[in-house]
Ligand binder design. Structure first.
Ligand SMILES: NC(=O)c1ccc[n+]([C@@H]2O[C@H](COP(=O)([O-])OP(=O)(O)OC[C@H]3O[C@@H](n4cnc5c(N)ncnc54)[C@H](O)[C@@H]3O)[C@@H](O)[C@H]2O)c1
Length: 355
């Protein structure tokens, strides 16, 4: 199987995670880096792939035949245009979350990639953590019995400086705010486990960042189509910030992932393998509770390696955009619910979301 050439678009704060994952991969090579800020692109290449070609124009990078897959790592509101361009150039795409700021744009991106016959995956990489995959498999097997509730608890801290580093970080339309920028991963994990939602009630507020007009705190209830209630508590106001928790409670068993490892894995029908499964995941893996750059690259590497395999094997990638669209719809429904002070019943009417 051949290695694939990757290009990174956007060499900002989180790009090192992508470059590190590509450096560690035995299936992928970082062959190009593009950023309008050429100094950023050069710095990234010098650190991780000195041979990589530097581009200041995405159109030029797309002409590079060595670039077979593009990682889109720009601010959220710019993802859509770049995904469409990559698809038109016949490049496979792995895009950072959220896919876009609207469902209409997301559908357009999905259709363009399908038509161009290129892969289109999203980095909601927490899905590939071993405890998450085990929870998903146990749900499919019915091991939890009747699922009673699922919870996503993200009690993080970001200082005001974080929101001021770049203009997009404090503008909701550009993809900022705790709901779409930070909690998106964990809303996605609940959707990954439970499937699409029926209705959402959400309240948002700003607890600790008075100089920014954004929500830093979200409390929401999701009613999933399977009838299970899901609860999201997410904040970037809670110093010093703790590891995220994903909790599943059922009549026959319960499981909690904290950070990237199990805190609880307990079933009434304890099996011999459970003792080993309890050790799944990496308790020491950095998961960004206090520091946005404190993230390990192994989950990104998994998504990248899987994309290379998917291209070689002619199959779908492990996290296609189509599977993340329902998570975006839940997040947008949270905005609608908060704005209207009422439960938002899906499908979301996007014309009601923004002024
Ligand atoms: N998966 C995760 O865990 C995770 C974590 C953090 C951030 N993210 C996502 O990663 C993305 C990037 O976040 P960040 O914090 O690195 O942002 P950033 O603002 O630090 O970096 C973005 C980079 O894109 C460049 N850029 C902007 N417009 C461009 C253009 N037209 N052409 C070329 N380059 C352009 C900027 O110059 C900048 O260097 C966002 O979508 C964010 O949501 C994901």
């Amino acid at each position: 199987m051949g290695r694939k050439g990757f290009g990174i678009l956007g060499a900002g704060m989180i790009s090192g995670l992508h470059a590190d994952a590509l450096k560690k991969s035995t299936k992928a090579d970082l062959v190009a880096v593009c950023d309008v800020n050429v100094a950023n692109a050069k710095k990234l290449a010098e650190r991780f792939a000195p041979e990589a070609k530097i581009y200041s124009s995405f159109d030029d990078m797309l002409k590079d035949p060595r670039v077979e897959v593009v990682n889109i790592v720009t601010p959220n509101h710019l993802h859509a245009d770049f995904v469409l361009k990559a698809a038109a150039a016949g490049k496979h795409v792995l895009c950072e979350k959220p896919p876009a700021m609207s469902l209409a744009e997301t559908d357009h991106m999905i259709a363009a990639c399908r038509e161009a016959k290129v892969k289109f995956g999203i980095f909601v990489q927490c899905r590939v953590r071993e405890p998450m995959r085990l929870m998903k498999a146990a749900l499919a097997e019915g091991r939890f019995g009747k699922v009673l509730r699922v919870d996503a608890i993200m009690k993080w801290y970001r200082a005001s400086d974080y929101y001021k580093m770049d203009a997009w970080r404090s503008n909701r339309r550009f993809g900022a705010g705790v709901t779409i920028q930070h909690a998106f991963h964990y809303i996605d994990l609940l959707q990954f486990l439970m499937g699409p939602a029926q209705a959402v009630s959400a309240k948002m507020c700003n607890l600790a960042h008075p100089d920014i007009s954004l929500e830093d705190t979200l409390d929401a209830r999701i009613t999933f189509a399977n009838g299970v209630p899901g609860f999201v508590q997410a904040s970037t106001a809670l110093w010093p910030g703790t590891d995220v928790r994903i909790e599943v409670y059922g009549s026959e068993g319960s499981a909690i992932m904290e950070g990237a490892a199990f805190k609880l894995w307990k079933f009434k029908d304890e099996r011999p393998e459970d003792e080993k499964l309890r050790q799944a995941g990496d308790a020491g893996q950095a998961t960004a509770g206090s520091d946005p750059t404190a993230l390990a690259s192994e989950d990104h590497q998994y998504v990248i390696d899987d994309c290379v395999d998917a291209i070689e094997q002619g199959r779908e990638v492990c996290i296609p955009c189509t599977a993340v669209r329902p998570s975006l719809e839940i997040a947008l429904a949270m905005y609608q619910s908060d704005r209207e002070g009422a439960e938002a019943v899906l499908p979301v009417d996007e014309s009601r979301l923004w002024d």
